[in-house]
Design a protein around this ligand. Structure first.
Ligand SMILES: [Cu+2]
Length: 65
């Protein structure tokens, strides 16, 4: 499980967009998005796929914590 810091999410629509983008490339992962703080926690270890999905959805990946 990894938590990614993501900038640019401002509403539930953004949360849904990020969630759907990750689910599209990694259908079996569990995802928890905290809008406050821009935290996206994803099960598994495929950081490259998660970061690409976040950026392809139009949001800015900053770091992992
Ligand atoms: Cu939004």
């Amino acid at each position: 499980m990894t938590t990614y810091i993501v900038e640019g999410m401002t509403c539930q629509g953004c949360v849904n967009a990020v969630t759907n983008a990750i689910k599209t490339s990694l259908p079996d992962v569990d995802i928890v998005v905290e809008l406050e703080g821009g935290k996206v926690t994803v099960s598994g270890d495929d950081r490259h796929a998660v970061i690409c999905a976040i950026e392809d959805a139009g949001f800015d990946y900053k770091s992992v914590i």
